[in-house]
Ligand binder design. Structure first.
Ligand SMILES: CC(C)(COP(=O)(O)OP(=O)(O)OC[C@H]1O[C@@H](n2cnc3c(N)ncnc32)[C@H](O)[C@@H]1OP(=O)(O)O)[C@@H](O)C(=O)NCCC(=O)NCCS
Length: 155
């Protein structure tokens, strides 16, 4: 799979491919960014190791400050954004959108889908700005019985 290191001009943040070596850092970032929706460790190991999965991390001075993973479903000509997060101290500067675009482009599928808590306005706005539209709703999908908004982007 294509992998690249992306330097962000004017910033010390660097984006590079993630691997199983990043398991602990990814779990720590997840705890901060998804206090309600932590994954079982096996799911995290899965996105860091499975073929057909693209994953990138953003690092600042060797600390993980961002993470994205996307799963390619070639038979359906679709990819799913499995997770995306940016450390609260670095939000609002375009890092989330950069991670998203990099993942989308590398997955190389004509259609990208994702699900998000209906209350997660920040994430929904980021997705809309990046070309995603609402295509469905899964009732009671998340812990606490919150619905998921399903969004889709045609590349
Ligand atoms: C969702 C999430 C990944 C967004 O990350 P982010 O790095 O803040 O995303 P962006 O910076 O690309 O966009 C967010 C905001 O920054 C603004 N922004 C983007 N680029 C910018 C730039 N270059 N300069 C200034 N502001 C910018 C955007 O306008 C946007 O503002 P708004 O939310 O007020 O409309 C982050 O909020 C997060 O980790 N949330 C918790 C985990 C989560 O919910 N993940 C999604 C689950 S489906």
């Amino acid at each position: 799979m294509n992998s690249k290191i992306v330097k962000i001009p004017g910033s010390r943040v660097e984006i590079s491919p993630a691997s199983w070596r990043d398991l602990n850092a990814a779990r720590q970032l997840e705890k901060i960014c998804f206090p309600q929706d932590g994954w079982p460790i096996l799911d995290m190991i899965g996105v860091l190791t499975f073929p057909q999965t693209v994953r990138y991390k953003a690092t600042l001075d060797d600390n993980m400050v961002g993470f994205v993973a996307g799963e390619i479903r070639r038979i359906q000509s679709t990819a799913w954004i499995a997770t995306i997060s940016v450390h609260p101290d670095l939000r609002g500067e375009g890092l989330g959108s950069k991670l998203l675009k990099l993942c989308e482009n590398e997955m190389g599928m004509p259609k990208i889908k994702l699900s998000v808590r209906v209350s997660n306005q920040k994430a929904i706005e980021m997705y809309r700005r990046n070309g995603y539209v609402d295509v469905g709703r899964w009732e009671n999908y998340y812990k606490g019985k919150e619905d998921a908004l399903v969004m889709e982007k045609l590349m």
